[in-house]
Design a protein around this ligand. Structure first.
Ligand SMILES: [Zn+2]
Length: 68
């Protein structure tokens, strides 16, 4: 059974939901377990090198150290 991860827009709590594809098509009854808010958004996982490149400035990005 696949797991879907959502994050609460209100308090930032992570909500993990296990559901089959058919359950997901019918619509999941999602809400934050922490604050009860139904205002949750799906977490889209980024590839790790992409995230690292942004957070550290990378070596091929805007910095001109010439390591590439
Ligand atoms: Zn919440």
């Amino acid at each position: 059974m696949p797991a879907y991860e959502f994050i609460c827009n209100y308090c930032g709590n992570k909500v993990e939901v296990f559901a089959t594809a058919s359950q997901k098509e019918k619509g999941l009854d999602l809400y934050c377990e922490n604050c009860g808010s139904p205002d949750v958004k799906k977490i889209i996982r980024m590839p790790m090198p992409f995230l690292r490149g942004i957070s550290s400035g990378g070596c091929c990005g805007s910095n001109s150290s010439g390591c590439c």
